[in-house]
Design a protein around this ligand. Structure first.
Ligand code: NAD
Length: 487
């Protein structure tokens, strides 16, 4: 299996290599084989990318927003036309099942390009009547924005960051996760084909040090990171020390609350989507599943049956529903948490093992796992595992559950299943989380803002909120009379 791109980086409209950079092997998580060999960016590569962005951005910002938008919308169409090919790259890079990447990855990036390409033309400043005088505000580009991606949704992350940035007239230097460097290069090619001027979307590969070099570069105006909370703290400090704008999309340990009156099949479906999709490697996952006592047996029964039926295996087989975890370290982390859960006294109700799959012995697979009898203070209920490990907890009263759900330093997401609509809205309004669902889970369409409360992040991706975060406001006071000066 080979997936070697033309070169490691994409700068100023073309592929660029500097093989003096540290080796960056790309491993297919289903087999453990190396499918491409790339290099981390040297400081010369970082400077080339920043310089290309610096040269290209001012002219781009001066275009009419609809002209910028037209290019983004064209790129969305090209991305959709190349969906199958790029979904395959994404599966090779991440190990996620092709039945997911075909519908969720390039498609979601294309949605972002289409949405922001259309929205930017009507995203205007304000006119303010000052009684004779007036003022207006302009939404201006920030300049060079840096995007730093996580490995679970590589092209989606690249699209969610670059589309609003470019729409608002910025240039972007994007660093994919070192685990998943490939699909951002495909996106860069798509942008060029769509007519995006060279230098506006540059991809540099690398480890954390390259992310740090970009985030602290004096020419950079904004940093948008998707990653873990510890990385977020480091990057936000770097950006803050230089007063750069920052958006942080970080981790979570989100509550999913299932009341007695919920539709059982839907609640089970939501809990499975919120724990097992993308092999559980989703930041917004509802990994603390709180089930009210009256529905507990029925819920667990159906959850168990449906979980047992999940098909794990070859990610490129369209029938496969769950692929491997991203890499060995993540595999060790997730299986380690299975051990921690058992040692803490939780009941390993389902899964927890490593499946043996012929032909995929070197892959990083783990079974979808359900713990019952979980208590709030157990580590498996407090720490982000980032794998298919669901903790099921029980509760009796609405008042009790809101406090328990909020007792976490995270605040990315939350969900409620109930047929009682007043209760659904009442509970959601009390939950400390930025991205919430009622009677579903984990849907993140581009039309609605996405992001976290508390330590799960700052700023929002998607929707018009993202255009705000990729721009700055200039207020202009216009005098129509004489200057009233006391001097
Ligand atoms: P990570 O924090 O290890 O890495 C994220 C990115 O930051 C990578 O590109 C990495 O190279 C870079 N990086 C690492 N150290 C850096 C530093 N010091 N300076 C600059 N950049 C640095 O996260 P990950 O393991 O790739 O992704 C998993 C995490 O991301 C989970 O915690 C998950 O919850 C979170 N996540 C959040 C969202 C969201 O939108 N909220 C989405 C996906 C993933």
């Amino acid at each position: 299996m080979r997936a070697q791109p033309k070169a490691s980086h994409y700068i100023n409209g073309r592929f660029v290599e500097d093989d003096s950079g540290a080796p960056l092997p790309v491993v297919y998580p289903a087999t453990g084989e190396t499918i491409a060999k790339l290099h981390s960016a040297t400081s010369s590569i970082v400077e080339q990318a920043i310089e290309a962005a610096r040269e290209a951005q001012p002219a781009w910002a001066r275009l009419k927003p609809v002209e910028r938008g037209r290019i983004l919308r064209r790129a969305a169409d090209i991305l959709r036309a190349r969906n199958e090919e790029i979904a395959r790259i994404e599966t090779l890079d991440t190990g996620k099942a092709i039945q997911e990447t075909l519908v969720a990855d390039p498609a979601s990036a294309a949605d972002a390009l289409e949405f922001f390409g259309g929205a930017v033309g009507s995203y205007n400043g304000e006119y303010v009547d000052l009684g004779g005088a007036f003022a207006y505000t302009r939404r201006e580009a920030l300049g060079i924005c840096v995007g730093i991606g996580a490995w679970n949704y590589p092209i989606q992350g690249a699209g969610w960051k670059s589309a609003p940035a470019l729409a608002m007239g910025n240039a972007m230097v994007f660093k994919p996760s070192e685990n998943t460097p490939l699909s951002a290069l495909a996106l860069a090619e798509v942008y060029t084909e769509a007519g995006l001027p060279d230098g506006l979307f540059n991809v540099v590969q690398g480890y954390g040090d390259v992310g740090g070099a970009l985030a602290s570069h004096e020419a950079v105006a904004k940093v948008s990171l998707t990653g873990s909370v510890p990385t977020g703290k480091k990057v936000l400090s770097l950006a803050g020390s230089l007063m750069k704008h920052a958006t942080m999309e970080l981790g979570g340990k989100s509550p999913l609350i299932i009341f007695d009156d919920a539709d059982v099949e839907n609640a089970v479906g939501g809990a499975m989507l919120g724990n097992f999709y993308s092999t559980g490697q989703v930041c917004s996952n509802g990994t603390r599943v709180f089930v009210q006592k009256g529905i507990y047996e029925r819920f667990l029964d159906r959850l168990t049956q449906r979980t047992k039926a999940i098909r794990i295996g070859d990610p490129l087989d369209p029938e496969t529903q769950m692929g491997p975890l991203i890499n060995k370290a993540q595999h060790e982390k997730v299986t380690g948490y299975v051990g921690i859960g058992k040692a803490e006294g939780a009941t390993l109700h389902q899964g927890g093992g490593v499946p043996s799959l012929q032909g995929f012995e070197g892959g990083f697979f783990v079974e979808p796992t359900i713990f019952t009898g979980v208590k709030d203070d157990m580590r498996i209920a407090r720490e982000e595992i980032f794998g298919p490990v669901m903790s099921v907890l029980t509760f009796e009263e609405e008042d009790e559950i809101v406090a328990r759900a909020n007792a976490t330093e995270f605040g990315l997401s939350a969900g409620v299943f109930t047929r009682d609509l007043p209760r659904a809205h009442r509970v959601i309004s009390e939950l400390q989380a930025g991205s919430c669902w009622i009677n579903t889970y984990n849907l993140a369409p581009v039309e609605i803002p996405f992001g976290g409360y508390k330590q799960s992040g700052i700023g929002r991706e998607n929707a018009l909120a993202a255009l705000g975060h990729y721009s700055q406001v200039k207020s202009v006071y216009v005098e129509t009379g004489d200057v009233a000066s006391p001097y």
